[in-house]
Ligand binder design. Structure first.
Ligand SMILES: Nc1nc2c(ncn2[C@@H]2O[C@H](COP(=O)(O)OP(=O)(O)OP(=O)(O)O)[C@@H](O)[C@H]2O)c(=O)[nH]1
Length: 202
C-alpha cells in the first residue's frame, strides 16, 4: 500500500464560473496544475477525479491517472470524489485538493502533512472560523464513514467531519498564509485574483 496519494477533485460543474474552472489560467498554468504541483513532493502519485464532460481536457494535457466518480455517486459533490479515490486507489493517507485554489503552495501542504498524529483521521485548515475541507489530509479509515454518509444521501463534507476525529489547524503559519486557501468560484473571484497584488509562494 502506498503511503500517501494526492487526489485532485475535478468533478464539479463550475456553474458559477461558467466554464470548467480547472482549466482557467493563472501565472502561466492551469488551476489544476497548481494543485497537483503543490502536492507532488509529499505524495507517491497524484490522481485526478473528474467528470465525463471534461475528462478529455485532462487526457489531452495531463500525465496523471484520471478516474471518473464511481457511477453510484457520480456528481454528488466532493465527498463522491474522495470516495472514488479511496475505493479505487489504496493508500494509508490521501492529500485531497480542489482544483480551484491556484494560490495553494508546497509549504502549506507540507504543514498539513506534518500535522498528522496518532488517532487523528483528518487534518483540515480553519481560518477565522471557516474550515477548508478540500485542502485536507484524510486517513483511509475515513472511507467507511464516507461510504455511510453517501448511502444515506448526506453529501455535505460536514456529514463526514462530524463523525470523525479531525484536527483543525489554525496556527500562525496557516493564518499568515490564508490567501493560499482562496477558492475561485465565479468570474468575479477570478478577476479579483488577477487584479490582486498577492504574490504566490512557491
Ligand atoms: N470528483 C468530484 N469533484 C467534485 C464534485 N463536485 C465538486 N467537485 C470538486 O470540488 C471542488 C469544489 O467544488 P465547488 O466549487 O463547490 O463546486 P463546482 O461544482 O465545481 O462549482 P459550482 O457548479 O459553481 O458549484 C472543485 O474542485 C470541484 O471540481 C463531484 O461531484 N465529484
Amino acid at each position: 500500500m502506498e503511503n500517501m496519494i494526492g487526489v485532485l477533485l475535478a468533478g464539479g460543474r463550475s456553474q458559477r464560473f461558467g466554464q470548467p474552472k480547472a482549466f482557467a489560467q493563472f501565472e502561466g498554468k492551469c488551476f489544476w496544475e497548481h494543485s497537483i504541483d503543490a502536492m507532488k513532493e509529499v505524495t507517491n502519485k497524484q490522481i485526478i477525479i473528474s467528470h465525463p464532460d471534461i475528462v478529455h481536457f485532462f487526457e489531452e494535457t495531463s500525465r496523471n491517472e484520471i478516474l471518473m466518480d464511481d457511477i453510484h455517486v457520480r456528481g454528488k459533490g466532493p465527498l463522491a470524489g474522495i470516495y472514488t479515490a479511496m475505493k479505487y486507489e489504496k493508500a494509508e493517507w490521501y492529500m485531497i485538493l480542489s482544483c480551484d485554489i491556484p494560490l495553494i503552495n508546497k509549504k502549506i501542504i507540507r504543514c498539513l502533512v506534518d500535522a498528522r498524529e496518532q488517532g487523528t483521521l483528518a487534518i483540515i485548515p480553519k481560518i477565522n472560523n471557516r474550515i477548508h475541507p478540500l485542502v485536507g489530509v484524510y486517513h483511509y479509515s475515513t472511507f467507511e464513514y464516507i461510504d455511510e454518509a453517501l448511502q444515506k444521501e448526506r453529501y455535505k463534507m460536514m456529514s463526514l467531519l462530524e463523525k470523525i476525529n479531525v484536527k483543525y489547524l489554525s496556527d500562525n503559519f496557516i493564518l499568515a498564509n490564508q490567501d493560499a486557501f482562496c477558492n475561485i468560484n465565479s468570474q468575479e473571484d477570478y478577476i479579483a485574483l488577477q487584479n490582486s497584488d498577492t504574490i504566490k509562494e512557491l
